[in-house]
Structure formats: C-alpha cells, structure tokens
Design a protein around this ligand. Sequence first.
Ligand code: SF4
Length: 974
Amino acid sequence: MNVSHNLFGTLQEFDLGNGKRGKFYSLPALEKAGVGPISKLPVSIRLVLESVLRNCDGKKVHEANIKELANWKANETRTAEIPFVVARIVLQDFTGVPLLVDLAAMRSAVAKLGKNPKIIEPLVPVDLVVDHSVQVDFSGGADSMAKNLDLEFMRNRERYQFLKWGMQAFDTFKVVPPGIGIVHQVNLEFLAKGVLSSQDPKSKTPDPIYYPDTLVGTDSHTTMINGLGIVGWGVGGIEAEAGMLGQPVYFLTPDVVGVHMTGAIREGVTATDVALTVTQMLRKAKVVGKFVEFFGPGAAALPLVDRATIANMAPEYGATMGFFPIDAECANYLRATGRSEEAVKTYENYYQAQGLWGIPKKGEIQYSQELELDLGTVLPSVAGPKRPQDRIELPKLKHEFTTAFSKPVTENGFGMKAEELSRTVHVSAGGEIHPGGGSQKEGVARQSEREMVTEHPTPDPVHARARRLEGDVRNGSVLIAAITSCTNTSNPSVMLAAGLLAKKAVEKGLTVNSTVKASLAPGSRVVSDYLNKTGLQPFLDKLGFNLVGYGCTTCIGNSGPLHPAIEDAVVKNNLVAASVLSGNRNFEARVHQNIKANFLMSPPLVVAFALAGRVDIDLANDALGTGKDGKPVHLRDIWPSLKEVRDLMQTALQPEVFRRLYKDFAAQNPKWNEIPSSTGNVYEWDRKSTYIQEPPFFTSFALQPGSIAPITGARALAIFGDSVTTDHISPAGSIKKTSPAGKYLIENGVTAEDFNSYGSRRGNDRVMTRGTFANVRIKNLMVPGVEGGVTMYHGPLKGFSMYSKEGGNVSNSPSQHFVPAKNYQEPMSIYDAAIEYRENGIPLIVLAGQEYGTGSSRDWAAKGTNLLGVKAVVAQSFERIHRSNLVGMGVLPLQFKDGTTAQSLKLDGSETYDIVGLDANIKPQQDLTLKITRKGGKIENVSVRCRIDTPIEIDYYQHGGILPFVLRQLVAKV
Ligand code: SF4
C-alpha cells in the first residue's frame, strides 16, 4: 500500500525498460535533499528506509522515522523502533490457519453489522504454502509419495476445507496446496517478484508506484529470501496479522554485521559446508537481533542458490537476516526461474535507479562490525550431534562421536559408559512397517524459536506394508538418512551432487542397509524434474532415496515411525543411534524422539552416510563399503567434481519448467480439488468442530471504541517470577486429560488419543483459552510449591454456573464441576478462576518478574491472556515482541520501576488493584500508579511505567487491539 506524498522531492520516475516510465520513492533524491548519507548505509538498511519513506503518513510512520534511519550510525545505543510496512506476507499452514480464523471472524463481525463483509481483505498479498503437514510414513517405494499424500489429506481434511474456503473468500489470500513444495523454496522460485508495483489510490494520475519486494513470514527460515536481495524475516502471528492488515512491523534499529567474503569454494566442498561454517562463525560473533550483510568479491561470485542456502540458516546463527545485496546474479536467477523478461528488466532498472545495484566492496559501507571469510578455507563439514552451530570437520566426526558418547550430558555429550560404545543388536524381521495414520490428525507439537514441530501420529496397522529388514543396529548407526529441507533442496548444485554420488555408488555396487530409513523430500517439483531429466533419480531410488513428498518432512520432525523392530532395539538397549539430514536444526527429539545423535550435512553426504550406515567413520580414510569388484570404495572414489555438477546445472534452471510447474496448482492437484469447500464471503462456522471455531474477539464489537479508563478492583490471576516464557503462557505441546482443555475436548466427544496438541488446535479459541497458563511447569507464586496452571481464587464464589457466552452448544462452564467451597480461598485451575472472576465482573491482572514473555513469538500467549479477562500485566521487564503482542490484543503492559517487584512489595494475590491515571490523554511510556489495597484495607501506591510505547499503540489499546482497530477503520470507510 502506498501513500501519496512527495516528501523531500523523492517521488521520482525511472525507466521501466519497456518504453514507459514508472514512479518510485528515490533514495538518491533523499540523500540529495540532505536528509542523510544514504549511499553509505548498508543495503539492507536502505531497503527498509525506502519502506519508511514511502509509507510516511504522519500517523503510523513519521518524518522523524525517515530522518532517524537515514542517519543510521554503525555504532550507537539502539533505542529507536522502526515502523516497517512490508509489501507482502508468507505463511505456512501451521501458523496460517489461526490467522485465517481471525480474518474469517472479522468478516462475520462485519456481516453482523449489516455491512459488506468483502471490506475485510488482507491489505497486502498473503500467500500460504501448505508444507508442514506431510509425514514420512512410507519410504523406499515408488508409491511412497502418493501414499504419504493420501495420509496427509486424511489427517488434515478439516483444516484444508477451511483453507479452501479462505481461498475463494479473499481476493488477496492465496494458498499453495499440499504436494507442491516448501514455503521458502516456493517463495524463492515463484512467489518473490523482486519489485512490486501498486496503484496509488489517492493519486490523481493512474501511474503505479514501484517499490522493493519485502515481507515477513510466520516461519523462521523466511530469511532464505535474503539470498535474492529481498528484506524479510520470520515473525509471530500477531505481527503477521498486523502486517497483513497494513500495520507496520516494529523492530529496534539493528546493528549490521558485515561479512567480507573472499575466495571461492574448493573442490569437494558444498554450499552446505559454507552455511555450516558461517553458522558456527556468526554464533561465536553473537549476531542475535542483528542484520548480517554479506559483501566482497567472494559473495559477488557466489551463485544465487548458494546465497539462499547461507541466508536460510540465519535463525541458526541468530541473526534477524543473513542478507545478500542485489546484483546481476539476482536478475539471472529471476530469468532462469521463469520470471518474464519485462519484469526482470524493470527489476534491474529499479535497483539501478535506487543506487542499490551490485554487491558492495570493502570500504564502501561502514558496518557495525566486519568479519572475514575466505571461502577457500571452508572444509567439508557436518554439524551436531545436538546443535546446528557445532560444526565438525568431516574427518573428525568419528572421533567427535565417540568422545560425545561418554561425555557428560552437561557437556553436550550422551553420558554413556565408554565400554558400551560397541554394543550391537542384530535386527531381523520379514516385518511390517507400521506407518501412522488413520484418524484425522494434524500433528503439531512444540514450538522452538518460532518454528513448529510435528509429533508422530499413532501407528495404524491398517496401513502396514511389508519390508525386508536385516542388519545390525548399534551406537552410531544411521537409522534415518533424509535429503530434506528448503535449506538445501532449493540448491540444485547439492541436489545434483547427491544424485551423481548415488549414481557412482550404484555403479560401484554399493547398497544401503535396510536398517536405514532413507527419504527424499524436495522443496519443489522442479527438483524432481531435473533429477529425472538428468537420469539421476533412478540411482537415488536404488539406494532407497525415493521421493516421499514435497514438504518439510524430517526437517520439521515429520520423519515418521521407524520399523518397530528397530525402535525396539534402540529403546531397549538405550542405543545412541543417529540421523543424517540436510536440514537446519537438530535439537534433541526434533528429528525423531528415539534418535539421540542428529547430524546436519549436505545432500551428497547424506547419501554417503546412508551407504556407510554409521557416523563413527572417518570418511577421509575409511571405506564406505565394498564394490562389486571386491575392492573397498572410498568417498573420494564416488564424490562428484565441481565440473560434473556444473555441467548439469543448466538442466536444473530452465525457465519453461518453472513456468509449467508453477502454473495452475489446483489443476495439477486432484486430491486438493476433491476436498469440498464451503463457499461464500462469510464462513459458516461449524459449532461441532473442535479444530476451527469463531473466536470471540468481535462478539461485542461496537462501531465506536470505548474510552481508555482506569482499571479498578482488579484481582491477581497469577504472580510469576522471572523468565516466564511464551510456552509457559501458551503451551504448544500435549493436552492433559485432567486439564481444562482436556475436559473440554472430552465433553465434546474427542477421545484422549485424538487430543493432538495445543499447537494443532490454534484455530479453536475454546481450547487455547483453557490452555493459557496451563503449562505443567509454570509456577504461580500465589500457590507456592505447586506446578501447573493453578491459582488461588479470591473473589466471591457463586458456585457452579453454566457459561455459554462464547456461543453455540459448546459448554464453557468451569471445567471442574466443583461444589461451592466453604473457604473460597482454595486453589483452582487458572481457567476456572478466570471464568468465576468474569462471572462476577472482576477484572484481572498478572504480576511477573524479568523478561516476561521470553522465547518464541507466539500470538496465542497474548490472545489467551486477553480471553481470560486479564486487563494488565505488570512485570519487571518484557520480551520485546510479547509486549507489543499484548498491546496488539488490548492488554496493558506495565513495568515496575527501580527494582520494585511483586516480592519486594510482598504481594500474595489477596490484594485488590487499581490502575490510576489511565485515561484518554495517556502518552506513550507515561508513568501510572498501581494502587494496591491490602486485605486489611491498607493502601499503597506504586509508580509503574506504561509500556504502551508509541502513539499508534495507544490507538490499538483504545480500540481493544489491532484487529478491532483495523476493523473500525475499514467499516468507517463504507
Ligand atoms: S523445510 Fe525446514 S526450514 Fe524449510 S520451511 Fe520446512 S521446517 Fe522450515
């Protein structure tokens, strides 16, 4: 969305390359106007500055924001937040469903007002790619992909029906259906445009304004797109919703760390090795919360696909972005992937006109810190066994594994006895593989750094199939070998290398043992096209690397079950078994709950370790196996040369293939077409659904916002200590039968084995509200010594009461059918207490210590707080994103001052609280008074800082949150 202005004379024209001229907001003109030394700024900062300039409206974005960013200094204390309006949003299916639920609820609210529901449209384009749900239940067969897809559709039918409704209901909401690819690879190969244009609605002339492609995504590896010179990173749901509805994403002005690259990758080294080396190097350099910008001749010479692999791992090195500036290589990639010549010409001309063309050389830009990387020093590497930053040079893996085996767990080891290392179990079964499946399961569980992980579904013998199994399983055995993850499958050089290595191995007569579960899950169908055209896929098939699907699979933990006999051998003998994967994260239990050692590596090394069958091997010296000629075969005998890979690269990047495969997804996807979808602009909520429900955010929606008023007579729902995480506030994992959410599900006919997880039920506020503060490890200091979502209720108790305000036939009564207690000050679940307080019209607050809301950005941590009736959170400090999420949901964040804490004030929850000074004239960061009335009537006034930090946040707060704010703006226009 553009606003019409010509601040500093920056609205200029450039040559579109088709004989026409286009308008744009010119950064060189901004510099010429004397606003700042813009051409000396890091390229990533300049791209953000363009958005700030273009979207300056004096309300959300101010002239001061432009001046501040235009004068970014390499080193200074960072206090200013940047309002960044992104050009588009990408979602994956786990996080996308709750977002769509919110949009659908807004439509319902507008319809109830008698207005046209079509006024609710994402204001920027939104693309959701369904990639996180497919699981490797079947592998090693020609039909594995089709069978896995069948199961995926069976488990996720209800969610997919809902997504299909969203597709037809919203013009700007598009879904890439299952079986097409992985969000970041699809983004790189298809969704990204490089330069966007839009019609300025206020302009008297019909000329569109051109601007850089920028985005946020609800997946941490959104940074892959930084390899194409596009600014973007992963955010939580509320930030994405705000961005979707045209609001800025706020972030603290960052340091920018420059990585000066020189040299070139040597023979035998892959882009994955560079990514792992960069990850280790930047973790050590502590780049958390910073932008990283690669520059210098080494970066300029890197193929775009290698840049994307390195950029993808920014979350692993901790940076907000791993950015490569724009140059001719980007334009070449756009052409090679089927973007139109006219669009590419405009792209080239736009960035040249902006002075943003070319990878900077040393000395051209002053970075906050400069690091050196000679690409010629990068060695073949793997990373693990537990963290992506723990890089191991390939020849040292054997030593590292055997050392880690007996190292204490506290030192990142496995804490085993050294003499157990050689323990071997022979596994023999004519057996059956029992893939998961059966009931409608979605499978989501934990969240780790904004990233979702899927749990394994219950095995279902109905889908069993025979597979011959014979071999030894021992410590260090490779049981999973997965070519997976957009990190690598987007890079044809490493995928072709894997195919070439497989070909040479097969030709030498090498095989993969049946104890290894091998799989190939590319991030797009283009990979299959070039692996088939080059004749390499049949060799991969021979080694068990048959196609299993186009999705995240093992990278997100959807590795599927192992053969029961193998699982048995591992569990009963407490073996430290291994997985090898071309993914980017290897935290314990992520890949598979019973595989303890997980090593990240390039796709060709995945094939090599599958052949070796173990990780305690020195591939520089030890043979992979014995060839059909009886001679030992070493890795060097079958490793493809750089020339062999380069010779095939042309097959991989053919524009017409991209155009064909990225055309008309629906027509190419019969299963998706078979899913019935409801139609209409307003979603017909199924009150029986336990996955998708209309959230109550707009049930009492009025056209005028209420006024900001003091909070009086509040009670404490909970008092927490330091470092309460978003996972404590809104857990993503399993649901206990005895918890309020578990009871609700049972009441609604869901059996415990079909509970799934909180994460998978984010489309149902009834589950999520009951799950708020329900983490089994959370400690409410109001109930000392007790863990879990429990509180001490201090209000009047009416006893059992049916509560059905949330609509329909869903009982929302307190989950414990308790008898009124004689002494009402008894522990009860936080949810039950919140309902009782609400019934009695009593507002709630939460008190907390340092870093409240730390951990993954999770929108339900703020949404659930709001729905429990919490009006304010008073903490010693807040995690940045959770603070803004609270405001975004209409919950007031307040901060204790000068070392004051709930403990220093001796608060135990028996008090009542007033927040004094809260009125329509409130200013950002203004001081307010927390008036505490003790049980005996004694009053104490404590000064607290209001952590509504910006003027726009005051608007959000007054409106009860971002969603009602935007809804009123939209309704007011019609
Ligand atoms: S493949 Fe891995 S990195 Fe890529 S989107 Fe999926 S889970 Fe994230």
